[in-house]
Design a protein around this ligand. Structure first.
Ligand code: UDP
Length: 395
């Protein structure tokens, strides 16, 4: 653990040790944030998570799983509280506290098939956290999503229209871009809409009641421990996000499924780069309070098809296995996700605000982040997948 005395904020002031109440700490982002805070800072983390995601913190090496109550596996100060999926704020007895709310259902396959759970987890369950922080004058860092932008303005222009090349028609800016969602029958947007409303609530608590808040909009953060591999550490019929879907296909030597031709574009950022940005927000409240931050890597843009091709190449390199003959296959979104799916066409984050406030920039190229992530996927899952696929089918 780092010595607090020699840590300075961006304005050269010593950083005081904080108590961080992290809700949803066992998920993908939370596990990486816990790891960073425990390894590199003097801050104390009160980690709360649902029982379904606790394995992520265990995988990060902070807790052993097994008994009723997992215990810290080494000297870290985190306290683990498995309380189901409800979110319930932090302790009012603690000084210098920051609440970080990460708890959410955030896999697109759930938005149109479990819209009620999606809306409850992203809006209703987050309400008491926001109210608690506002009423008790506690700082809140709330995790939202780039999906609040929805579709780009350019997506409504004809395919070959020259304005589609104009950044004003696709770059997503925190303070000026509109939020453009599909119709109510397109239940995909239940997530974006719930996230938008909770953002508006947080913002209004800031404006009317002085809540000190920061809102984070992650743009496709990816890396080790993201989601699950169906049939190995998650349900076999489950559909995780694209990194885990494609990893699963590669591990099983199946073609990667391109939804509606894989034409949608995404910018992917390495989780470790993104966590650096979050740490800057935590430790520089005067620069981060009152702001909404895009956190992404505009240099790592690909279509989903290009992502599939790159992951196939990288996986061959890290596993030593040659790619299968037809590495991709097209599927319709209706077949893959069911009724009510819709898609964001393109997501390029504008970086002006985060650059100005925190001087932060992402570092890792898409190839490099895929190499380290797929090395992890291969090391973690290849044996288990081999065993699962070689099991005789029960008669
Ligand atoms: N996708 C795909 N094949 C898959 C999984 C996802 O083509 O096996 C597409 C999906 O339709 C979307 C993109 O990949 O266009 C990214 O999906 P993800 O689930 O990672 O989340 P999103 O970026 O849409 O929030």
């Amino acid at each position: 653990m780092a010595n607090g005395a020699d840590r300075l904020d961006l304005d050269g002031r010593p950083i005081k040790p904080l108590t961080i109440c992290m809700i949803g700490a066992g998920g993908f982002i939370g596990s990486h944030l816990c790891e960073k805070l425990m390894n590199e800072t003097p801050h104390k983390v009160l980690a709360s998570t649902s029982t379904t995601t606790r394995s992520n913190i265990a995988r990060a090496g902070y807790f052993s799983v097994g008994g009723e109550d997992p215990v810290p596996s080494h000297q870290h100060q985190a306290r683990f509280e498995a309380r189901g999926t409800r979110q319930d704020g932090g302790s009012d007895l603690i000084e210098n506290v920051v609440t970080i709310n990460l708890a959410a259902i955030c896999t697109p396959a759930d938005y149109n098939t479990r819209p009620l759970d999606t809306i409850y987890s992203n809006f209703i369950d987050a309400l008491p956290v926001v109210k608690y922080c506002s009423e008790n004058n506690k700082r809140l860092i709330h995790f939202s999503t780039c999906e609040v932008y929805g579709k780009t303005i350019g997506s409504f222009l004809p395919k070959d229209h020259p304005l589609r090349q104009d950044p004003d028609f696709y770059v997503l800016k925190e303070d000026t871009s509109p939020c453009i969602f599909g119709s109510i029958e397109k239940q995909r947007w239940s997530y974006a809409c719930a996230k938008q409303l909770i953002e508006r609530l947080v913002y209004a608590e800031g404006a009317e009641n002085g809540l000190e808040f920061t809102i984070v909009r992650p743009f496709n953060w990816i890396g080790p421990r993201m989601d699950f591999i169906p049939g190995i550490d998650g349900p076999s019929e489950g559909v995780p996000r694209v990194l885990a879907c494609f990893s699963n296909n590669l591990l099983r030597r199946e073609p990667l499924k391109l939804v509606d031709g894989g034409e949608s574009q995404r910018t992917f950022i390495y989780i470790k780069d993104a966590i650096e940005a979050v740490l800057l927000m935590i430790e520089n409240p005067e620069r981060a309070n009152g702001h909404i931050f895009n956190v992404g890597n505009p240099n790592n843009e690909v279509t989903v098809r290009q992502l599939a091709e790159m992951m196939t190449q990288v996986y061959s390199k890290v596993s030593g296995e040659t790619a299968i003959e037809s590495p991709t296959v097209d599927v319709s979104s209706k077949e893959f996700y069911g009724e009510g799916y819709d898609d964001s066409d393109k997501r390029i984050p504008d970086m002006t605000i985060i650059n100005r406030q925190l001087g932060w920039n992402p570092k890792t190229s898409l190839w490099d982040l895929l190499e380290s992530t797929l090395t992890y996927q291969h090391r973690t899952y290849a044996e288990a997948v081999k065993k699962a696929t070689s099991k005789p089918v029960a008669s």
